[in-house]
Design a protein around this ligand. Structure first.
Ligand code: HXC
Length: 521
């Protein structure tokens, strides 16, 4: 892990942000950081310009509106005019594909949002949507520029509106690389993915001072809204990176999975990974004992192209695994119950996590590959009080409305309502497979027998359990009804998925006309 910025970093640093530098040609060999930049590097942070330059392919970033200034006169602000006003906006390329970007410069009035800055962001957002190119924002800001009052609030609202209108039109990604507080958090919250950087970033609606004044509880910024909290508890963050450099590198990687817009296909990457590759290891992934845990990633990795899995929200709701991968170079979204954590049960957090991934995939025409090993929905007072009914319904709704190719592999358990929810045939799954030891039933044998034969002795119930397992805990009754298309050997899975994705690339399906649905929020 890169904890410090070394000489490689220095070699790729870009011109300091000042009006004179805007017209200078940058020379990587002779560059020395300014005092402000050195201070940022001392705090393990890059400057706003370094972030965009390092994110884009070398030499491709083109800045917009670098000379605009704010128009505020309150609080002597006319004496604090800086070219560009502290937000960097522009276009660039990532592995040759276009991107729009903005980057807050914390060294200019705390990266605060002025009316001028908002207009700069709105300008590139409108253009990004018009052309169909994703928007990435590097957030590092003290929020609304206090000196500008309501003008700044209006600017935020202009951005929120566009975040919303362009949701599902172009991918939008936020990276929090410093403060992000107050209403400012709502722009990242509407974007598709929000990433955070360890040690330097935090997000909250109200800061520690207000929290302690209102509730009397003393908390630090990190405890309230640091990357750990949003990565593992709140689910706000899609992932945490150890520092700016890793964040930028990983974001470039993520970009390679995404289509430019909802009108474009996702990029197809050339691969030598054959559909006939031996994946016999899949035959032994599921333990013989049905109660024994295993890591669903051991089923995912052999099926998708080598080294292609990019996990989203790895620390949040670990009982479901979500991410991007490639199959024969084509992007797919992965949703997989994780038997290693809480037996892969569906609860509030895992339902919402997966629902959001399904909706992203559907909005951007990315096929969904679902791995099912789920004992059902988590029972409990906390879950019911917390609204597992409406949160679980989100996942059901998301899968049901999704029209992209949907391939489902039941590796082991598919019990109860969770069987229906997890991309079942009944929700328009295109190819639904079960591995030979799959158990597709209303519930597990022991639970069923206790309900059906409560008065019988333990010995009698044990016999009933065996009978129930033989009759129901198999994929056969579902296969006989056509609810699974085939019972396949695990080692056939990659080949089947490759063949299906190839065929389904021609799939066309649309839902009844509506203004929009009313997903249970
Ligand atoms: C104008 C600001 C500013 C702001 C910081 N600065 N935030 N200027 N408007 N919102 C300036 C500081 O005055 C300072 O200027 C410089 O930026 C660096 O700030 P520091 O406080 O020295 O930095 P640091 O100690 O790192 O603290 C960072 C900070 C803190 C935690 C972000 O600055 C802070 O609390 N700022 C205010 C945050 C806030 O309440 N914002 C409004 C949120 S409400 P000098 O000249 O001294 O270098 C909101 C509403 C959005 O945003 C609503 C949307 C609907």
């Amino acid at each position: 892990m890169m904890r410090r910025f070394g000489s490689a970093m220095a070699a790729s640093l870009v011109a300091a942000r000042s009006a004179s530098n805007l017209v200078k040609t940058f020379d990587r060999n002779t560059y020395t950081p300014s005092a402000t930049e050195a201070k940022r590097h001392g705090k393990q942070r890059l400057t706003a310009m370094e972030r965009v330059q390092l994110f884009c392919d070398p030499g491709t970033f083109r800045e917009r509106d670098a000379l605009v200034e704010h128009e505020c006169h309150n609080f002597d602000m006319h004496k604090k005019k800086i070219a560009g006003d502290g937000f960097i906006t522009g276009t660039g390329k990532v592995f040759g594909r276009p991107v729009f970007l903005f980057s807050h410069d914390f060294t200019v009035l705390g990266g605060s949002l002025s009316g001028t800055n908002a207009a700069k962001v709105v300008k590139i957002m409108d253009e990004a949507a018009k052309i169909g190119i994703p928007l990435i924002g590097f957030n590092d800001s003290g929020g609304a520029r206090i000196q500008e009052g309501v003008v700044s609030l209006a600017g935020y609202a202009d951005i929120f509106l566009r975040n919303t209108l362009f949701s599902g039109v172009i991918p939008q990604i936020s990276v929090i690389m410093g403060p992000c507080a107050g209403g400012a958090v709502y722009s990242p919250a509407i974007t598709d993915f929000t990433f955070m950087v360890d040690q330097s970033s935090y997000m909250f609606v109200t800061g520690p001072e207000v929290v302690s004044a209102v509730g009397g509880k003393l908390v630090t910024k990190d405890e309230l809204g640091g990357p750990k909290i949003h990565g593992s508890k709140s689910g706000v963050s899609a992932g945490t990176f150890p520092n700016d450099l890793v964040a930028l590198a990983q974001l470039r990687k993520l970009y390679t999975y995404l289509p430019l817009s909802n009108r474009d296909p996702a990029p197809v990457v050339k691969t030598t990974d054959s559909r006939f590759r031996n994946v016999d290891s899949l035959n032994t992934v599921v333990p013989f004992d049905t109660k024994e845990a295993y890591d669903i990633r051991d089923a995912i990795f052999p099926v998708v192209d080598a080294e292609s899995f990019f996990e989203i929200q790895p620390q949040f709701a670990k009982n479901i695994v979500c991410g991007f991968a490639r199959v024969e170079g084509r992007t797919v979204c992965i949703i997989a119950n994780q038997p290693k954590v809480q037996a892969g049960v569906l609860d509030i957090d895992s339902s919402v996590k997966a629902a959001r991934m399904v909706r992203f995939a559907d909005a951007f025409n990315i096929p969904i590959l679902t791995f099912v090993d789920v004992p059902g929905f988590l029972p409990g007072v906390q879950q019911e009080y917390g609204g597992i009914i409406r949160h679980g319904a989100k996942l059901l709704y998301a899968y049901a409305e999704a029209t992209v190719p949907k391939i489902t592999i039941i590796t082991r358990k598919a019990y109860g309502g969770a069987y229906d929810v997890m991309s079942s045939k009944h929700l328009r799954g295109d190819s639904n497979y079960a591995w030979p030891r799959a158990e597709i039933a209303v519930m597990g044998a022991t639970g069923a027998v206790k309900i059906l034969y409560p008065k019988e002795t333990l010995e009698q119930q044990a016999v009933r359990v065996k009978d129930y397992e033989t009759a129901f805990c198999t994929p056969l009754s579902a296969a006989r009804k056509g609810y699974v298309d085939a019972v396949i050997q695990p080692s056939e899975t990659r080949l089947r998925v490759c063949e299906d994705l190839e065929r389904l690339s021609r799939k066309q399906l649309s839902n009844p006309w509506k203004k929009h649905g009313n997903i249970p929020l």
